[in-house]
Design a binder for this molecule. Structure first.
Ligand SMILES: [Zn+2]
Ligand SMILES: [Zn+2]
Length: 545
């Protein structure tokens, strides 16, 4: 089996925040799980370095577009590394390779008559003397009446044309833009309506997409797909590869999503082995992103693949709902956000991964609060998981000279644990990460209960092998937890691997022979609850009104 995993591409004009991370983390859980299973995995993503917001940011800060893109790309790569993300290829959209790949896709669609030229009206700002990029027109959403950007309404998720906005203004100068004629290339989305309907119907029957993806995609299809302009008058990005139109850029709809393919070919070229078997018709593919990105992955990207005769359509759509921060909507402009590089300075990456998985907005919005975060670390990670390992290993150090005793493993606990491989594996494959992690932690609570009930501190004084059996059972559980939890908490699992000297991990039950424990240390430190107040205060102080 071969599995392609595409993580959404963060936009390189600001740091990663928890809202990004909660949507992207499932990708790494999947990649790690399938590798443990022994499947072929290709996990790709990169930084989105094109488009207007970066150009504006560069102008504001007196830097070049390249400098801004470099800064954030490096910061993203570092944050992902610190969080343990195991991308096979994490690239960026301003590479020559990506540009050439996108141009080839554009020309392929043009050749197949899925892209055509059309004269059209566009928002033009007389004050700024330029056609305005979609995101630089703001106004009232014609569908829900809320304030929206020209490309999409965050409130009702409709994709918009800036001309549809009511009472529109230019974001740069605040004046009202006018309608002006220009010529653009259009992607014939309407041609894929029927094929997409069949495709989405299959996805729904097979239950491989999140509900929000099914619902939103069906809504678009019910409304009937409209052809969309795919060239823009922008300063940076991939130039339209048609003579006389080189000043225009290929719009993000085609350009950014093509990154999954360009990153794959970049990876394949680098290894000299091509992209087989990751772009075949029977490849399993997971596309992991937030709900604001759904139509790009369920309508636009499949249409591009159909239009370029590539048959590896997305099979799984893992589209998260939103994460609120302390019960309020996350806002980067108001700085109501928890920034990943900042959080990583003070907290264990596994604590972040744990919280964002058990509180993931899988089916509805979820909340991040500092109180819950710190309590979940102290009670679950340290109190349940860390404590079970620590009490077992400390006991073996004290009473067994640090050498794990041989004994018979408790059958009841063992069979419960064996079932977990099957069960949790199933849950991960179906993108129910939260439930998977919870079931492992339910089992950890059982293991702690077993320790308490067996009372090894009394058993050790008795004749016979009962204490050896208790310890052998606990060590057996710990070794297997290092595998079961590896997709979720890789750093802590690595510590267990080191302490037990385990060989290569997999997704089948392992047994531990007699080993000398190496360098026993607690997996987690308690976080002082006084930090809750301090963090909330810092969050409030940082707000820009
Ligand atoms: Zn709306
Ligand atoms: Zn203007």
């Amino acid at each position: 089996m071969s599995v392609l995993i595409g993580g959404a591409w963060p936009y390189a004009n600001g740091s990663l925040h928890l809202g990004h991370l909660v949507a992207l983390l499932p990708g790494d859980i999947l990649a790690r799980y399938y590798r443990l299973k022994g499947e072929k995995v290709l996990y790709v993503s990169g930084s989105d370095c094109n488009g207007t917001p970066i150009a504006i940011k560069a102008r504001q800060e007196g830097k070049s577009v390249q400098e801004i893109a470099d800064t954030y790309h490096q910061e993203f790569a570092e944050s992902f590394r610190e969080l343990g993300f195991t991308y096979d290829c994490y690239t960026r959209t301003d590479t020559n390779h990506h540009h050439e790949t996108v141009k080839a896709i554009f020309l392929h669609l043009l050749k197949n008559d899925n892209i055509y030229k059309k004269k059209t009206d566009q928002c033009y700002c007389n004050t700024c003397e330029q056609f305005l990029p979609d995101r630089f027109v703001e106004g009232e959403c014609p569908h829900c009446g809320k304030q929206a950007r020209g490309d999409q309404c965050d409130h009702c998720s409709n994709i918009l044309d800036p001309l549809e906005l009511l009472d529109s203004t230019c974001k740069v100068c605040g004046d009202s833009p006018v309608k002006k004629e220009t010529e653009h290339f259009y992607f014939e989305l309407s041609a894929f309506q029927q094929e997409l309907e069949t495709y989405v119907h299959h996805a729904e029957i097979n239950g491989l997409w999140r509900d929000n993806a099914i619902k939103l995609t069906k809504r678009y299809l019910d409304e009937g797909l409209l052809d969309r302009a795919v060239s823009r008058d922008l300063s940076n990005g991939v130039s339209v590869p048609v003579k006389g139109y080189e000043d225009k850029k290929i719009y993000v709809w085609i350009e950014a999503v093509s990154g999954y393919y360009s990153a794959s070919t970049q990876w394949g070229n680098h290894l000299g082995n091509g992209i087989s078997p990751f772009w075949e018709e029977d490849t399993i593919s997971y596309y992991v992103h937030g709900k604001d990105n759904i139509p790009f992955h369920t309508i636009i990207w499949p249409s591009i693949l159909m239009g370029t005769d590539k048959h590896a359509l997305p099979t799984h759509i893992v589209s998260s709902e939103y994460l609120t921060i302390e019960q309020k909507k996350l806002s980067t402009s108001r700085n109501w956000a928890v920034w990943v590089p900042d959080m990583l300075k003070r907290y264990n990456p596994d604590s972040i991964r744990y919280f964002l998985t058990v509180n993931a907005p899988e089916n509805r919005d979820a909340d991040f609060s500092w109180r819950e975060f710190i309590y979940s670390h102290n009670s679950e990670l340290l109190g349940a998981f860390g404590n079970f390992i620590n009490r077992t290993f400390k006991f073996i150090e004290k009473f067994y000279d640090g050498i794990t005793p041989v004994g018979s493993v408790d059958e009841e606990l063992r069979s419960k644990m064996t079932v977990l491989y099957d069960h949790v594996g199933h849950l991960i494959r179906d993108a129910h990460f939260k439930q998977g992690l919870e079931e492992i932690f339910d089992f950890i609570r059982l293991a702690n209960k077993y320790f308490d009930e067996r009372k090894p501190w009394i058993q050790i004084k008795e004749l016979g092998s009962s204490c050896d059996d208790t310890m052998a059972t606990c060590v057996h559980i710990i070794a297997n937890l290092a595998q079961l939890l590896h997709p979720f908490l890789p750093f802590s699992c690595q510590k267990i691997v080191d302490m037990l000297g385990l060989p290569e991990l997999g997704w089948v039950e392992i047994a531990v022979k007699k080993v000398r424990l190496a360098d026993v240390k607690p997996l987690f430190e308690r976080i002082d609850v006084a930090r809750i107040e301090a963090e909330i205060e810092a969050l409030n102080e940082g707000v820009i009104s």
